[in-house]
Design a protein around this ligand. Structure first.
Ligand code: AMP
Length: 217
């Protein structure tokens, strides 16, 4: 590569490349895993410890539904069937949330991205902010345990998509076909770390923290 020789240009060039304002300064992570793997529970603890902004597309969609916005009403039809809400809807929500938090130390994405198209869109949105995903923490939980957890959650959560076992099985199918490839997308960049999510909440949290601390340095 030819470096610019003009001294003024060179100074500006060096400033832009080396300025802390331009260096990647946000810490963004994705908490990844199938429905019922504990993402919501662990997100709450991680956000408290690391001061990240929690962005859960499931929570954002449920809020829209509660407010009976057109987006919320449209999304509900997909949620109730255990299907994914169209990419453009959730990407739009995430894009707005990123813009609403310009001073964030970083974001914790929970339940997003759920398709490769969403992952590619997220990478681009972060790139525009001179940032990227630092780490994808993948909670491994076997399917029988997941269904059991969701059945139990359905007794108290009041979530329409938790109530019915056939919808939960549908959500696991959607996860395998549409969401699992997102992990492969980030494996290419060596960003994925697998965590045994079959253990108790505190043990899982300790493992997550070890990997984050290692990454933060
Ligand atoms: P969650 O609370 O993350 O389990 O999400 C509940 C439901 O909201 C999902 O089953 C989907 O119907 C919808 N949803 C949440 N996040 C997304 C996403 N990133 N892409 C598409 N649909 C989503």
């Amino acid at each position: 590569m030819n470096l610019p020789v003009n001294p003024v240009f060179f100074t500006v060039y060096t400033y832009i490349c080396c300025s802390p304002r331009v260096i990647i300064n946000m810490f963004n992570l994705i908490l990844f895993g199938p429905p019922g793997s504990g993402k919501g529970t662990q997100s709450a603890k991680l956000v408290e410890k690391y001061g990240l902004i929690h962005l859960s597309t499931g929570d954002l969609l449920r809020k829209e539904r509660q407010l009976k916005t057109p987006l919320g009403i449209e999304a509900q039809q997909f949620i109730d069937k255990g299907q994914l809400v169209p990419d453009e809807v959730v990407i739009g929500m995430i894009s707005s949330a990123l813009d609403e938090n310009p001073a964030a130390r970083g974001f914790l994405f929970d339940g997003f991205p759920r398709t490769v198209a969403q992952a590619e869109a997220l990478d681009k949105l972060l790139e525009l902010k001179k940032s990227s995903i630092a780490l994808v923490l993948f909670l491994d939980v076997n399917e029988d345990e997941l269904i059991q957890r969701l059945v139990n959650r359905g007794k108290t959560s009041g979530r329409s998509d938790d109530a019915d076992e056939s919808i939960q099985r549908k959500r696991q199918e959607v996860y395998k076909h549409e969401t699992l490839p997102v992990a492969a997308h980030y494996e290419k960049f060596k960003k994925v770390v697998h965590i045994d999510g079959m253990r108790g909440i505190d043990d899982v949290f300790s493992s997550l923290a070890v990997h984050i601390d290692k990454k933060i340095g």
